[in-house]
Design a protein around this ligand. Structure first.
Ligand SMILES: *[C@@H]1O[C@H](CO)[C@@H](O)[C@H](O)[C@H]1NC(C)=O
Ligand SMILES: *[C@@H]1O[C@H](CO)[C@@H](O)[C@H](O)[C@H]1NC(C)=O
Ligand SMILES: *[C@@H]1O[C@H](CO)[C@@H](O)[C@H](O)[C@H]1NC(C)=O
Ligand SMILES: *[C@@H]1O[C@H](CO)[C@@H](O)[C@H](O)[C@H]1NC(C)=O
Ligand SMILES: *[C@@H]1O[C@H](CO)[C@@H](O)[C@H](O)[C@H]1NC(C)=O
Ligand SMILES: *[C@@H]1O[C@H](CO)[C@@H](O)[C@H](O)[C@H]1NC(C)=O
Ligand SMILES: *[C@@H]1O[C@H](CO)[C@@H](O)[C@H](O)[C@H]1NC(C)=O
Ligand SMILES: *[C@@H]1O[C@H](CO)[C@@H](O)[C@H](O)[C@H]1NC(C)=O
Length: 691
């Protein structure tokens, strides 16, 4: 290599280095057109990829990633006291390009990306999920000593923090609930019209954050990548940041995932003090990865993708077929069902799949009807087909609408409903096939008792998985789904023994933030929350109650309700409560574990079970709190003996002892009466005895 060429290369390299690293913050600005070789302080999952993307989270769930500019930025006017009320913070401006990718099989992701200014660059104590990696307890929320200014791109609808929806931009001061929030989108300069944007679309977008030190105005503007900055900001608020921003501040990004696998990326970033943030050079940006090729999950994708495409092709094919053979095979269909088109599976395919519902393919008979194993023709997908009878058409439209909604649920701890088929007096629901069957068979050795004993780590994973699935149903999906029939026999195990919540036969869907409606009492004795019978309302907290009973069942290996030889019934919750009261909780743990378990985890699970089983709904934790307790992110609150004692006795009085049988028996009477008066839905909803 000749000397001149070498020198040229060296100069070029030097130039590139400068171009990449940008100027230091000493002169009040920096610019990263991509992050290759950038010197940022990274924590958690955050990494800079070889092609220059700042990857804040990599698809791992319940994690967080932080990336900070390595040096402090001086945002205060020199000489101003940190606590003075004079306008001590200088104007600043920051802009960045980001993209959020969800797994190919799901159209939801969480929780989002936050641009944050904080007194230090180490937020590693921050919790993932709804805490966005910013805070580690609700106790500190709103506290002025946090000195935190943040702009959130929030993709989960969190009612606790008063989120408006699962696709909004917010200005946050020392808190997770926003001072100001708006639906993601932008105002067109020409027409003035508002255009929606979907944060998790996988498309890159640009954000501008501006603070005016004199007027204390904060503007946040969003636009699709390549669109000129809109004049009208999306959000505008006034807040004097003098008491918020400290003398030494760090600026960076915080991002977190909850139960949904999500990749959060930043492609470029710039910042300026007392001036506009330097313009990002769009021609130098790294490429946003495509949804289908998000590498880290490649193994799952490699399996899931072909299945998804095959299912898709199959659905389209079945649509075509359906139109051609509308009433053949006694299939029943009405005009309103067109909107649910792809969810319908032709009867002919199901006949073929189950070999005309041969007995050898019968998987089980439940309260709802028979379940058959089958292999779909064409796609060769293994499925479970459930036959449910129905008599009248009344309520059918609502029911099918719910089936269609439930078919859109996507979570690794939820059994996938693939579609349905309706005959004149029968409904067929098609689910993913779960080769290892239901959990109760393992816990109680039901039917043969040849299943192996589940180890404690496996049980704990199952419990955490179901908690995560329920959290998704309650808080993370577009609607609130109340399952209404959580129990061990509705927890199914897939080929890898992962737990999945199944049987949404009783599930109710609500829009977030709406009043719950009264429905007929339904569920399984031993899992039914006391208020369900009183008010007839199913809420997420009634699911939490059943989940509590489930926790006790999994840890003790006993049924939630047992009958002795005299025919008296005993509630498991009372038994565990007694062990807790006498300080002998370990004696409640399943003896079949042979003492091989982590006693801290097992006792915590039992206490959490008691807490969830609290007769007063207001005393029960939310599923979000439950997952935080199970993950060890939050310490379990102490149970209060006096309150629990009286309440649990009250509960058992109203339920299971021989003397007080009116309690639960009257539930049965009430619901039988309403069942018969409810027509088809009544038929579909049942109250199985839990035996
Ligand atoms: C990164 O930046 C920090 C702060 O400016 C500096 O102390 C450190 O030496 C830099 N590291 C590298 C590898 O340049
Ligand atoms: C600022 O703090 C100093 C000392 O901590 C105190 O003397 C002063 O009164 C405070 N000023 C304001 C405006 O609160
Ligand atoms: C960041 O803070 C955590 C505790 O919150 C601490 O364990 C860790 O050492 C800190 N990291 C650095 C680099 O200071
Ligand atoms: C929360 O974080 C703060 C610092 O950010 C730390 O002082 C405190 O100990 C943490 N609390 C818990 C419960 O981790
Ligand atoms: C912080 O957010 C919480 C939760 O939304 C809210 O209850 C509290 O009032 C907020 N604190 C302040 C000071 O705004
Ligand atoms: C915020 O936006 C408004 C409207 O475009 C503009 O007049 C104002 O100067 C902006 N303020 C800042 C701090 O950028
Ligand atoms: C704030 O920082 C400036 C320089 O960055 C310094 O001159 C000043 O003394 C600092 N003030 C306090 C209260 O630390
Ligand atoms: C995500 O990053 C963490 C830490 O770097 C690593 O342990 C984990 O395996 C990564 N996960 C994926 C799915 O790449």
């Amino acid at each position: 290599m000749s000397g001149t060429k070498c020198m040229y290369l060296c100069l070029r390299l030097l130039f590139l280095q400068l171009a990449v690293a940008g100027a230091g913050a000493d002169d009040g600005q920096f610019l990263y057109n991509g992050f290759a070789g950038a010197n940022l302080t990274l924590y958690g999952m955050a990494k800079i990829t070889p092609d220059g993307l700042l990857k804040l989270t990599n698809g791992t769930v319940q994690e967080k990633g932080h990336a900070f500019y390595p040096a402090p930025v001086s945002l205060r006017r020199v000489g101003a006291a940190p606590n003075s009320s004079e306008k001590a913070v200088r104007s600043f401006s920051s802009s960045f390009v980001f993209g959020i990718l969800t797994a190919a099989t799901q159209d939801l992701g969480g929780h989002g990306i936050v641009l944050v200014i904080a007194p230090n660059a180490n937020l590693s104590a921050g919790l993932p999920s709804n805490y966005m990696g910013l805070f580690n307890s609700t106790g500190s929320l709103g506290n002025p000593s946090n000195h935190m200014f943040a702009v959130e791109l929030d993709t989960i609808h969190n009612l606790e923090f008063k989120d408006m929806n699962n696709n909004h931009v917010g200005i946050n001061i020392n808190n997770l609930s926003s001072k100001e929030q708006e639906e993601a989108g932008y105002y067109d300069d020409k027409s003035g019209q508002f255009h929606d944007l979907t944060l998790i679309s996988g498309n890159a977008m640009q954000v501008w954050v501006d603070y005016d030190g004199d007027t204390t105005e904060i503007n946040v503007t969003l636009a699709p990548l390549g669109t000129k900055r809109p004049t009208r900001p999306l959000l505008s608020a006034r807040h004097d940041l003098s008491t918020v921003i400290t003398n030494q501040s760090y600026i960076g990004f915080s991002s977190s995932t909850g139960t949904l696998s999500t990749h959060h990326y930043v492609l470029a970033w710039s910042f300026g003090v007392d001036r506009a943030a330097p313009a990002i050079d769009m021609s130098k940006l790294p490429k946003m990865p495509r949804k289908t090729s998000s590498g880290s999950q490649s193994k799952t994708m490699a399996i899931a993708l072909p299945i998804v495409s095959v299912v898709l092709v199959f659905f389209i094919a079945s649509c075509v077929l359906l139109v051609r053979r509308r009433y053949k095979y006694g299939e029943f269909r009405e005009d309103w069902e067109i909107e649910f088109g792809p969810q319908r599976i032709p009867y002919k395919d199901l006949i073929q799949a189950t070999e005309r519902f041969k007995n050898k393919n019968l998987l089980g008979v439940g309260g709802f009807g028979r379940v058959y194993k089958g292999v779909l023709p064409k796609s060769h997908l293994e499925v479970a087909v459930k036959r449910v009878s129905h008599e009248s058409r009344q309520g059918m439209k609502e029911f099918i609408a719910e089936v269609a909604s439930i078919g859109r649920l996507r979570h690794r701890n939820v059994v996938q409903l693939l579609g349905y088929c309706r005959l004149r007096d029968e409904l067929l629901l098609v689910y993913d096939y779960m080769p290892n069957g239901s959990l109760d068979k393992y816990l109680h050795g039901h039917g043969g008792g040849d299943k192996p004993v589940l180890s404690w780590p496996r049980r704990f994973l199952i419990v955490k998985g179901i908690a995560s699935g329920l959290l998704y149903l309650h808080e993370e999906w577009e609607q609130v789904v109340v399952h209404r029939d959580i129990k061990a026999s509705n927890v199914l195990l897939d080929g890898e023994m992962n737990a999945r919540l199944g049987d949404f036969g009783l599930a109710k869907l609500y829009d977030h933030g709406t009043e719950l409606q009264t429905t007929i009492v339904a569920g399984t004795l031993g899992y039914l929350a006391p208020e369900t019978a009183r008010t007839g309302k199913a809420s997420p907290l009634t699911d939490v109650f059943a989940f509590g009973a489930f926790l006790l069942e999994v840890t003790t290996g006993r049924r939630t309700m047992e009958h002795d030889t005299q025919g008296n019934s005993h509630m498991l919750v009372d038994r565990v409560f007694e062990h807790w009261r006498t300080n002998s909780l370990v004696n409640a743990v399943d003896p079949r574990l042979g003492g091989e378990y982590n006693s801290d985890e097992a006792c915590m699970t039992l206490k959490l079970g008691l807490l969830c089983s609290h007769p007063l709904p207001s005393m029960r934790p939310s599923m979000r709190q439950v997952t935080q307790y199970l993950d060890g992110h939050l310490p379990l609150p102490e149970l209060m003996p006096s309150l629990h004692h009286t309440s649990f006795s009250m509960l058992s009085m109203s339920s299971a002892t021989t003397q007080g049988q009116e309690g639960l028996d009257s539930y049965v009477v009430v619901s039988k009466a309403s069942l018969s008066s409810m027509g088809s839905i009544g038929e579909l909803s049942n109250l199985s005895s839990g035996r």
